[in-house]
Design a binder for this molecule. Sequence first.
Ligand SMILES: Cc1cc2nc3c(=O)[nH]c(=O)nc-3n(C[C@H](O)[C@H](O)[C@H](O)COP(=O)(O)OP(=O)(O)OC[C@H]3O[C@@H](n4cnc5c(N)ncnc54)[C@H](O)[C@@H]3O)c2cc1C
Length: 510
Amino acid sequence: MRLSVILATWLSSRGARTHTLGPVEQAVAARANHLSAATTYLKPLLSQNASVILPLDHDWDALQIRGTSPRVHPKFNAIVEAATEDDVQKTVQYASKFGIPFLAVSGTHGWTKTLNNLPYGIQINMRKINSVVVDPSGDTATIGGGALQWEANRALYAKNKQTVTALCECVSIVGPMLAGGHSMLQARHGYILDNLVSARVVLANGSAVTASSSSNPDLFWGLRGAGHSFGIVTSLQLKAYDIPSNWTVYTFIYNSDKLEAVLDVVNEVDGNAMRPANLVLSGVGTRIPPMDLHNPLIVYTVSYQGPEAEAAPYFARFKAIGPITIKPATNVNNVELYKINQNSLDSAACTRNKNSMGSGVSLPIWNTTAARAAFDIFTKMTSDPRFSQSVFLLENYGMQGVRAVNASSTSLSLEERQYPVVANPTIWWNGSAAIGQADAEAYGEQIRQALFSGLPKGANKHTYVNYAVGTENFNQMYGYDTTRLQRLKTLKKVYDPSNRFGFYNPVPLV
Ligand SMILES: Cc1cc2nc3c(=O)[nH]c(=O)nc-3n(C[C@H](O)[C@H](O)[C@H](O)COP(=O)(O)OP(=O)(O)OC[C@H]3O[C@@H](n4cnc5c(N)ncnc54)[C@H](O)[C@@H]3O)c2cc1C
């Protein structure tokens, strides 16, 4: 009983998270005895490799750093580095018993500001649960709930296998999967969630269950589209495929006045029913001052898993637009691909501890008038030195595999299943000044509204859950199909009636 009072006192305080000892940290330090009393309770319940880390411990600061800190800063008071599923269960049971909020952390690249609603609580750090094993059949891989893409990709590559992962090496497998998982392999195999065979999930009550088409099928349905709202995935089994070939990647750089021409070609190639499923179209608007001092350029990448000759007609289409430079890369393997596409661990995309914000928009087609209006705002924004490193993602990864999946088999919104275009201004800026964030949000929203203004009549406004800023409403992220939304809410009441998983663009209880 005395312990629970100590815990309540400690945990209702706001946690320390910065490098220098401010008043909050000093208050925490003053309660050092209480902190050790608190850990005394949980620590013996955990496995040998698990750790409990508190604000004065050596690793504390490093484990507060996120892809997007300080903008995104869930307020943790304690960190449990779980090493087993049982550790996750014990921590959730302990937290639930004392009414302590908690949040699972894997890649740290979650960037919705709803994460800031965690008022205090426990970071359940999943990184120690990171094994990757190709199963004996060779048709699936079993992956730890805290594994990052580079770990999964490289382990599979060593066995000449690939699975559907997202694009940046630093992001986890589970984070994207729970709401989709856009991927260079999606045109062939669907999103990451379409490749989920089964998952082990720790629920709000601390029990651990299997979710698959035959075990807890309702949870399996909810997990694949709105999974952040339902539990902590400790391991997952994904379909694995033989690597069919290396990649050919052409990178074209255009002046910004070619935006319409580029997007016209993208619409035409992407909209063609004969589009090869191993063709990936992606680009960014970005400033490269040595090449153009005044305007962003368009860096457009055409990737093809196959030999150069097969993809030549597609490269020719983009060459004909008149790029300033063309950079071909041939015979690129699945590990090198991340480097070539600038998504490797050391890429700008994987930078940590620097504000960044997405403001995602999914679209049924590029409307070039609206895209130009959006790009003009992006140009203005990046002329401000605070935001000059920002990029404007122009993504069309291909939809055949995504659309081939029966839409009712997962909770993913119908828009996410159908819309081929993802436009996402990714805004980076330094510092913690509120004005920087307010300006970034205002620019992000202006760009978003400009893009939405080009929606065909009757098309719904949609934002991919994983590219949401955190200001979007339920429909914009989870869709407009009332039956599906009602089913999600009903499931939420069954699996998480106290809304313990309520910090990541959550499914509302009512
Ligand atoms: C640089 C960058 C690149 C991106 N690239 C892509 C991309 O190519 N494709 C794509 O689809 N999306 C992409 N995204 C979006 C990405 O899907 C989300 O940001 C995702 O939430 C990141 O997951 P994480 O584990 O890295 O981050 P975290 O912040 O660790 O996790 C995000 C949230 O996921 C939940 N979570 C984490 N681990 C678990 C677990 N084991 N079980 C249950 N819930 C868990 C928690 O709610 C957590 O708050 C990208 C984002 C960034 C910032």
